[in-house]
Write a protein that binds this ligand. Structure first.
Ligand code: 7RM
Length: 680
């Protein structure tokens, strides 16, 4: 290990020397809260959150420049803090700077405290956790980096991962970063078709997977899914298979066993010096068309934003155990399971299981066993667990908990209160964090800098440093008063934001930069209360949020319309007790259909599972003779939504409808479907 430290000292010494120098410069400056940002403490008016935040948005260059210099380790310093033009979709941070993300997440910590635990892999089987120290994670990452390189992966290539949340997945992400390749993690719940779409779009030559996944006691055939997917992906030359279970799996000449190959590799791997704006990863997410978008995040800005938000939103301190239970297949897993905690030299939990396996006490038994200090989860899981009762929580010692985070969808007051009162025993702050795949990290959260600030239940509240939220009215004018709601935009670029959509920059600018020219449009609606705090209302576009997972209605309609018996369809989201939203499909059949309705319903659900994922399956499929449309032929989803929400009085203006009789047809069909479902 000594030699390893020797070889990385170039990276480490320069940055630590700079840090010490920074501290010396800052000595004597007081800081009113324990979590303030020392780099800028002492400047006029930056004693409290308002001051810090005001400084960060008014003096963007000074703020981000100081923070980037002191918190990241650079191979060569940047000469320009930012060069952005939101109206053109041009976003560049820390120009001229060179660094390596894996060095920032591993080497500097492995050198300072090699035996500190970096990862705690909470495997599906409770009580069988595996700890990985910084030294071990660095070694594993280096072996992987060498292996990828030996198989021809070069700077600028993209490696697709189709794996459960586990140390090998994290190390593979970091190995890509080490050699300058981009990673493309595909959630292991996606179908072969969805996986193939993403591999093809990313043009990956290599896929990493496991023989079988294990989640909630059930086995998932991940390698077999990859086999099917790569049949339609000519770019793939190599598939590496790690063994998660002992069951054998069919191998072809294209495949190799990952662990076996790793034994041959050296534990030292020269990190590539990357430009700040080189691609770090692609991550696909649903939008309002049928085609998912491969959002592109780059190196320095993303990492810095992950690091800083993780530190301040969760008040993370050295020695804390951070438990984000999101899967690494989603952005939350990227930013708050992997990059944020590791950049901070933290200990992060990799949760492989489900909230109810083997019973609804799983989270809290884990909190007790691993002594988790910050727990970060989704409202859908909280709502589910709340229904099982308090005893599943109270059975376990949760005294280690300090902060409880919520992400992915609005958290209703009942769930918030339960999280706070029962899970946190009234002692822990609940932070409702709003952000998106596009934003890279948390943008609005209750306590971005002040651990003592007041928190209003169910509100994301305060913008993070560098974030300037604005609300827009329908005409695209900025709403400047409080106690008002509108389309949520962000007025100026920040380092963590996505840079483009892979292979489709025009779609990027059209989706995010054109709707409100010069502003970043989030697609969400929000309310700003009298006191100026933000509350997120939900999507304004045709995106449904099922258990915190985005799915576009157009994507679902594309699949349903592929069925030979379907003439057309309209898919909408409806309020679901536990999932937040569920999927409801209205389907118009062709004239000659010789199948039973029940069989057709099953067939359509199977099609969605096969083409997208199980979570996207419609809960209800209602066959209708025709859809309510405007005279210009647009489906009036608003009408469908009102019918499903049983708000017939709120149908609103129906004057643009081509034929008002369609509404009655839909209402009747809906009642019929409902009474049938309730009889079952
Ligand atoms: C992190 C993540 C993003 C969409 C976003 C919102 C919704 C996320 C909250 C929320 C209300 C929250 N990324 N959303 N967090 N809505 N309150 N705290 O979820 O790209 O998968 O989804 O999720 O609609 O636009 S995501």
């Amino acid at each position: 290990m000594q030699s390893l430290c020797g070889r990385i000292s170039n990276y480490f010494v320069t940055s630590s020397a700079r840090r010490i120098a920074d501290r010396r410069l800052l000595a004597g400056r007081s800081c009113s809260t324990s979590a303030c940002v020392p780099e800028i403490a002492g400047y006029e008016g930056v004693a409290d959150h308002g001051g810090l935040h005001g400084f960060s948005v008014a003096q963007t260059e000074r703020f981000w420049g100081a923070v980037a210099r002191s918190r990241l380790s650079w191979n060569s310093p940047f000469h320009t803090v930012h060069d952005c033009d939101l109206s053109q979709g041009k976003i560049r941070w820390f120009l001229g700077g060179k660094l390596n993300v894996s060095v920032n997440c591993l080497d500097r910590h492995a050198c300072a405290f090699p035996n500190r635990v970096a990862l705690i892999w909470e495997r599906d089987e409770p009580g069988s956790e595996v700890k990985v120290t910084y030294r071990q994670l660095l070694e594993l990452t280096c072996r992987l980096g060498n292996l990828f390189r030996r198989h021809g992966v070069k700077k600028g290539d993209c490696v697709t991962l189709y794996m459960p949340t586990c140390p090998l997945a994290v190390a593979s992400m970091l190995a890509c970063a080490r050699i300058g390749a981009a990673h493309n993690v595909v959630f292991a719940g996606f179908s072969a078709e969805a996986l193939a779409d993403r591999i093809r779009d990313a043009q990956s030559s290599m896929v990493i997977t496991v023989n079988q996944g294990v989640r909630g006691g059930k086995v998932a055939e991940l390698k077999k899914t990859v086999d099917v997917a790569v049949q339609s992906c000519p770019s793939v030359k190599q598939v590496f298979v790690a063994l998660r279970t002992e069951n054998p799996v069919g191998m072809t000449s294209r495949d190799a066993l990952l662990e076996e190959e790793l034994q041959k590799e050296d534990v030292v791997c020269e990190p590539a010096a990357m430009d700040s704006e080189d691609v770090l990863f692609l991550l696909y997410t649903s939008g309002s068309t049928g085609k998912p978008k491969g959002l592109v995040h780059t190196q320095a800005g993303y990492l810095l934003y992950a690091l800083l938000t993780h530190k301040y939103v969760f008040n993370y301190h050295d020695g804390d155990v951070f438990g984000c239970v999101a899967d690494i297949g989603w952005i939350t897993g990227h930013t708050y399971t992997v990059y944020g905690p590791l950049a901070n030299g933290g200990t992060t939990v990799l949760f492989e299981s489900t909230p109810v396996y083997p019973d609804p006490g799983r989270y809290w038994e884990m909190v007790q066993r691993l002594k988790i200090n910050q727990f970060y989860g989704a409202p859908t899981a909280i709502r589910l667990l709340l229904k099982y009762g308090d005893q599943w929580v109270q059975k376990y010692d949760r005294s280690s908990l300090k902060i409880l985070g919520s992400v992915g969808e609005p958290i209703n007051t009942e769930a918030w209160e339960w999280y706070h009162r029962v899970v946190g025993g009234g002692r822990c702050s609940v932070v409702d964090t709003w952000w998106q795949t596009e934003t890279g990290g948390i943008c609005i959260a209750p306590r971005p800098s002040d651990p003592d600030a007041v928190i209003v239940p169910g509100m994301a509240m305060r913008p993070f440093f560098g974030i300037k939220p604005v609300l827009m009215d329908k005409e695209g004018a900025v709403l400047s008063t409080n106690d008002t709601s509108g389309a949520l935009c962000i007025a100026q670029p920040w380092p963590g934001m996505a840079r483009t959509i892979h292979n489709d920059h025009q779609r990027f600018t059209e989706t995010y930069c054109q709707p409100y020219r010069g502003y970043f449009f989030t697609g969400d609606g929000a309310y700003r209360c009298k006191e100026g705090y933000y509350q997120i209302i939900g999507r304004l576009d045709d995106v449904i949020n099922v258990s915190g997972h985005r799915i576009g209605t157009a994507e679902l309609e594309d699949v349903v319309n592929r069925c030979r018996w379907v003439a057309e369809s309209a898919v909408i989201g409806y309020t679901h007790d536990i999932k937040g939203q569920g999927v409801y499909a209205f389907v118009v059949l062709k004239k000659e259909v010789d199948v039973q309705e029940a069989d057709l319903v099953q067939h359509l659900k199977d099609m969605v599972s096969k083409s997208i994922a199980k979570y996207a399956c419609p809960d209800f499929i209602q066959f209708v003779p025709r859809l309510p449309k405007t005279r210009s032929g647009k489906i009036m989803r608003r009408v469908l939504r009102k019918v499903v929400e049983h708000d017939v009085d709120g149908l609103g203006d129906l004057s643009t409808l081509e034929d008002p009789a369609t509404v009655q047809e839909v209402i009747q069909g809906h009642h019929h479907l409902f009474s049938k479902t309730h009889q079952q």
